[in-house]
Design a protein around this ligand. Structure first.
Ligand SMILES: [Zn+2]
Length: 678
């Protein structure tokens, strides 16, 4: 849908209900100073808007909305449903969750509602409807913000009943359910739906040191799917009500990077635009933040997104809440824009006086005036974003390389007992993504269900769970000329976490041209060494693998590297299989970044995928393109200046407003430039 804004969104969460009325006018003055054009309001205001079941207090919100209107500010309006009010918990205890340990929660915290509570599912859409009815004609309303950072789980009797209904819908019969869960194992055959209980610490999970450990992967996996769907249902109930009143206002809810409990790919089609909250820790590799942005952009197949929250200075909830260094916040904001964001928004605009977020940074600090370093930086960013005008809005980042990320695969891997606790899906995916990032090769993050036709190179690390449909897609991708790579444990199970029999890697055996006979586990201090014995211009030398390594037999694939040591010395560690017009690679251990980097360079050269700029440590390049033009972002993440040389033709830095020849220019420490084409 068409987004109703004409420039980059700049502002953030604003909670004036925590402040006396006279402070609001001062806030408006400071917003103007900082070039803030958008305020997110009402996100945690349920108890102020609805003090009792039959009592509504919209006066203060009316006042706030007209104040924002008079000052020409856009509004991202929260539906206030992320934290239930105390009266609701007391009168309607079904809104309260039962936790993983089986304890009935009392009122407190936020995200404190049971997603299958009939009361919550009545009250939440009701307040969303009231807000929509009241503010539907407000000229500044540009975005609906449903709830906030949905998450968590519930194990109450209502969720148990809903889970049984969800299972009946999915499997149709107990016979089918018993088959896919393999319930003959440990005497689990179910003869009545009511015998099925949610998997938590009182049932299938019991190890306090490893809560993921479950006796029944199929059951636990389905509960995760069900819980993600249950929270999505809550979102959709509110979304539907909002759409009745304001069909042209986009609706969203804010995501949290690789947040494990929710399958964001399943959520994305129900959001008009993806929005998310970025809180990198001090010392986070900028490549990891880039991955998060690429994932968010990938959720809706490349559509631009909004950075809805970040801190201007520091968080309060991490172990070490270091300040962002001078220039760091602007650089991180422009990195979001470089990866497809049409916004740079903060949590929050004025720092809370009390509550657990009083040490969370804000644009306006406790001192209350504009004479702070952080405010000055916010002002500078506001000016820069305003300078972009509408040039970047909705523009895309073309990519011919893709990295597959799959939530269900992640859940299944972590639920599996063995082979090693060190197996980490997200780390493995990030490592391959970083291979492209380090070379400044544009890369997208994609799902197993997405259209892959734009990609020439596709990497699916640790793709342990492979359905017949996914295998068919991979086969087709390679047959059509694509270069595909997967790794150890690839293709081992189907979508129910049942091993695909007759040899690993199951459904991928033919396309990869291999049989994996066995897998050995390395202790944390051990590694396996392998040597590339079939070098190409980019791929050569000795490398190491960790965590696990497998014994691979070629069934048509060409061995590219062989182990030097370990039980499988002399057998292939890396294989390449010519299949149709393309090639399918298998990497049988958890390889270190040096090999990934070589492989990416080799694959890109073979496929004719080009980099945007030279590979230079700490220097990141991306390209956004639309009918308004092409824009090359160059970001220096280093603590020192760098000299960058780019192709001629790029000039006019949008950030500084100056004409700069990109052929040879200097970027200061933590500085970014955005070039347009001459
Ligand atoms: Zn529940």
């Amino acid at each position: 849908m068409k987004m109703p804004w004409q420039s980059m969104l700049y502002g953030g969460d604003y909670n004036p209900e925590q402040w006396p009325r006279e402070v609001w006018d001062e806030d408006m003055r400071l917003f103007d100073l900082a070039h803030i054009n958008t305020a997110t309001v009402g996100v945690f205001a349920w108890s102020r808007l609805q003090p009792a079941e039959d009592q509504w207090e919209f006066g203060w919100m009316d006042d706030l909305m007209s104040l924002l209107e008079r000052r020409g500010k856009q509004v991202c309006l929260g539906t206030a449903t992320a934290a239930v009010p105390p009266w609701m918990a007391r009168q309607y205890p079904d809104v309260l969750r039962v936790d993983f340990e089986g304890r009935q929660r009392q009122f407190g915290m936020r995200h404190n509602f049971c997603p299958n509570s009939p009361s919550y599912r009545t009250f939440a859409p009701a307040i969303a409807g009231k807000l929509a009815q009241r503010y539907k004609d407000h000229p500044g309303l540009v975005l609906w913000h449903v709830s906030n950072e949905y998450g968590g789980e519930c194990y109450c009797p209502r969720c148990a009943a809903a889970f049984r209904r969800w299972l009946q819908q999915r499997y149709g019969s107990l016979a089918r359910l018993n088959e896919v869960w393999n319930t003959s194992f440990w005497s689990h055959v179910f003869y009545d739906w009511d015998e099925i209980v949610p998997p938590n610490m009182l049932s299938e999970h019991g190890n306090p040191h490893n809560p993921d450990q479950t006796a029944f992967q199929g059951l636990s996996l389905d509960y995760r799917r069900f819980m993600s769907d249950s929270l999505l249902e809550c979102y959709k109930l509110e979304r539907d009500v909002l759409k009745e009143h304001t069909p042209d206002i986009p609706v969203t809810t804010n995501f949290m990077e690789v947040y494990k409990p929710l399958d964001y790919f399943r959520w994305a089609p129900h959001l008009d635009i993806i929005t998310w909250d970025s809180y990198p820790r001090a010392g986070t590799d900028p490549a990891d933040t880039a991955f998060n942005h690429d994932l968010m952009r990938g959720l809706k197949d490349g559509q631009s997104f909004l950075l809805l929250e970040q801190t201007p200075s520091q968080t309060n909830w991490q172990a070490y809440n270091a300040l962002k260094p001078p220039g760091g916040m602007i650089l991180q904001s422009l990195q979001a824009v470089a990866h497809g964001s049409d916004a740079a928004m903060f949590f929050q605009l004025r720092r809370s006086q009390a509550g657990c977020e009083k040490f969370h940074g804000a644009v306006i600090d406790h001192v209350g005036h504009e004479n702070t370093r952080v405010f000055a930086e916010c002002q500078k960013l506001g000016q820069q974003l305003a300078g972009f005008g509408d040039a970047l809005l909705g523009s895309e980042l073309p990519a011919e390389a893709g990295v597959v990320f799959d939530w269900e695969n992640w859940w299944a891997l972590d639920y599996s007992s063995g082979p090693s606790n060190d197996i980490d899906y997200v780390t493995e995916v990030r490592r391959y993504h970083k291979g492209f990032y380090d070379h400044n090769i544009p890369v997208a993050v994609t799902s197993v269900d997405a259209d892959w036709s734009q990609y020439k190179v596709l990497v699916a690390p640790l793709l342990y769970m492979v359905s017949a449909a996914t295998a068919a897609k991979i086969r087709q991708f390679v047959a059509d000329g694509g270069i595909f790579l997967t790794t150890y444990l690839g293709g081992v199970v189907d979508e129910h976490d049942r091993v695909t029999l007759k040899g690993y890697p199951g459904e991928l055996r033919d396309v990869l041209g291999i049989w994996v006979e066995e897998l050995n586990v390395l202790l944390p201090e051990d590694e396996v060494i392998f040597t590339v014995n079939n070098p190409s211009p980019a791929l050569q030398g000795c490398h190491s693998g960790r965590i696990v390594y497998e014994r691979v037999h070629s069934e048509g694939a060409e061995p590219v590297a062989a182990y030097n040591n370990g039980m499988f010395a002399g057998t292939p560690a890396v294989t390449r299989h010519a299949f149709g017009q393309g090639q399918a690679w298998y990497v049988a251990t958890s390889v270190q970044p040096a090999f990934v980097n070589q492989w990416v360079r080799d694959a890109a050269a073979t496929a004719g995928v080009e980099a945007l700029g030279p590979k230079q440590p700490g220097v990141e390049c991306t390209l956004r393109r639309s009918d308004k033009g092409a824009f090359l972002f160059v970001l220096n993440h280093n603590e020192f200046p760098v000299r960058v040389a780019l192709d001629s033709g790029w000039s006019q830095d949008l950030v500084s407003g100056k004409t700069v020849e990109a052929e040879g220019f200097t970027l200061q420490a933590r500085q970014a430039a955005v070039f347009s084409h001459r």
